[in-house]
Design a protein around this ligand. Structure first.
Ligand code: NAD
Length: 494
């Protein structure tokens, strides 16, 4: 049993009124409810509304009617609202982190110091940007006369944000904060597995002074609420994070209205350890890279390439650390790794463990499930495979679970070539003490983010997104903000 603070219990009690249109929170129009479970125990936490097309229609209408007022607010006033949202999120950090852990399963310390802390930073970062979104004057050369041309960065209108279950509050903030900063209004569709923290965020944002209608939220299943949002002609842009399959569906569905898209999709990121690396740091980085958030991280370093000379030593260090990881309920003090999001996800990841064994990889540790009280949750022990070949499914496909594939290599060119031989290109890691090699390899890797002697670092100012099948467009940084604007050139006859 875990203690759930009263503020969280109160919220769980009202979560079934879970669609937020303008300032009003209410249930879906007759589409039923979705049961929300604690993935560590299987216990029912609450239920949320299963929204559908009528709810999305209302939410988009609400966002459309709020757009005029929101875009017309002074940049400084808009920025203040975003800064106040950052402050209120920080003030409710424990409550939000508890909700995130109950809903998603991740350890409380991760919810508190990664998800919620970074979410507040993202709101603060974009709150500072509203007054810095400038255009340019352009030196044109008309055939006759003279002209002044300047550009304006204008909002797009209504943005639909569709987000996954692995970092529910954080990824929602990645999308909603820059969209609002640029003057758009938003309809947010959180994952049906983890809608609670986003719902609470909308309540808090309204309390902090966000005008009703600027951010609306529709809970519900992807093929219903999500599909209605991508099909809606009144939505100018879809900003999506999720699987590559859903991403492809969004591209097709958005074609008739030529919606703008930002797509953050799957990954199979390579983490490369060269023989001159600090091996203790590399082992630690490899562990964080694959076991943080139970491996349910789009940029997880799931392919660990280790130079043959240091392979055995590194694997030994990794395996003993992996075996020591404490599984448990995310709200328990000593928990280092929580459960997977759902029984279905557990089954999927176990299927990969079986395919690794079948295809001839060596299971060094994990692959099993804990007994006792944890057997009720979706737990899987931290799993490490060695003797993995590039063509095995555990090396080629995104597992999205705590399963590390270790591959050995002999030289730098080979490591880069094999790292790049993936359909994905989200992130990569490089471990070396040779500064020239670090820059050379970072430039050669096909990945939207390369970490050198670190892994899984994120900052609101650093753009994040994928090469190849990992998507297009960027979250975070100035680039994300510009992605929520369109450029207008104004010509003035002088
Ligand atoms: P998912 O694609 O199943 O769902 C993501 C969101 O899309 C959910 O809100 C879901 O309800 C919605 N959705 C599903 N079908 C839809 C449809 N037909 N129309 C509209 N919306 C629909 O992904 P998931 O299982 O929630 O998340 C895991 C995936 O997300 C992994 O592949 C992971 O790599 C990826 N991910 C990527 C990043 C990144 O930044 N690149 C970050 C986190 C997760």
């Amino acid at each position: 049993t875990v203690d759930v603070p009263e503020s969280v219990q109160r919220f769980l009690g009202r979560a079934s009124d879970s669609i937020v249109v303008g300032a009003e929170q209410r249930s879906a129009t007759g589409n039923g409810q979705i049961t929300t479970q604690d993935p560590a125990t299987g216990a029912t936490l609450t239920s949320i509304a299963a929204g559908g097309k009528p709810d999305v229609d209302e939410a988009v209408a609400s966002a459309q009617s709020a757009f005029g007022e929101w875009r017309a607010m002074s940049a400084a006033a808009r920025g203040h609202v975003l800064l106040d949202i950052a402050t209120i999120l920080d003030a409710h950090a424990e409550e939000l982190a508890t909700l995130e852990t109950l809903d998603n399963g991740k350890p409380f310390t991760e919810s508190m110091y990664v998800d919620v802390a970074l979410a507040a930073q993202v709101w603060r970062y974009y709150g500072g940007w509203t007054t810095k979104l400038t255009g340019q004057t352009v030196p044109v050369s008309p055939p006759v006369g003279e002209a002044l041309v300047y550009t304006r960065r204008e909002p797009l209108g209504v943005v639909g944000a569709i987000v996954p279950w692995n970092f529910p509050l954080l990824i929602a903030s990645w999308k909603v904060a820059p969209a609002l900063a640029a003057g758009n209004t938003v309809v947010l569709k959180p994952s049906e597995f983890t809608s609670l923290s986003a719902l609470r965020m909308v309540e808090l944002a309204l309390e902090a002074g966000l005008p009703p209608g600027a951010m609306n939220l529709v809970t519900g299943y992807g093929p219903e609420a999500g599909q209605a949002l991508i099909d809606h002609p009144g939505v100018a842009k879809i900003s999506f994070t999720g699987s590559t399959d859903t991403g492809r569906r969004i591209v097709t569905a958005s074609a008739p209205h030529l919606k703008k898209l930002t797509l953050e999709l799957g990954g199979k990121s390579a983490n490369i350890v060269f023989p001159d690396a600090d091996l203790a740091a590399a082992a630690q980085g490899a562990l964080t890279g694959i076991f943080m958030n139970q491996g349910q991280v789009c940029c997880a370093g799931s392919r660990l390439f280790v130079h043959r000379d240091v392979h055995d030593e590194l694997v030994q260090e990794l395996a003993s650390a992996a075996k020591a990881i404490q599984l448990g309920h995310g709200l328990a003090d000593d928990t280092e790794m929580g459960p997977l999001i759902s029984p279905k996800q557990l089954e999927r990841v176990q299927g990969y463990v079986e395919s690794g064994l079948r295809e001839g990889a060596t299971l060094v540790c994990g692959g099993d499930r804990p007994n006792g009280v944890l057997a009720n949750g979706n737990f899987l022990s931290p799993t490490v495979f060695t003797q993995v070949r590039d063509d095995m499914s555990i090396a080629a496909e995104e597992i999205f679970g705590p399963v590390l594939s270790v591959l050995s290599f002999d030289d730098e060119n080979e490591a880069v070539r094999r790292a790049n031989a993936s359909a994905y290109g989200l992130a990569a890691g490089v471990w070396t003490n040779d500064v020239r090699r670090a820059h050379r390899v970072a430039a050669e890797l096909d990945a939207g983010t390369v970490w050198v002697n670190m892994y899984n670092m994120i900052d609101p100012a650093a753009p994040f997104g994928g090469f190849k099948a990992s998507g297009y467009g960027r979250d975070l940084g100035e680039e994300a903000l510009l992605g929520y604007t369109q450029t207008k050139s104004v010509w003035l006859n002088l």
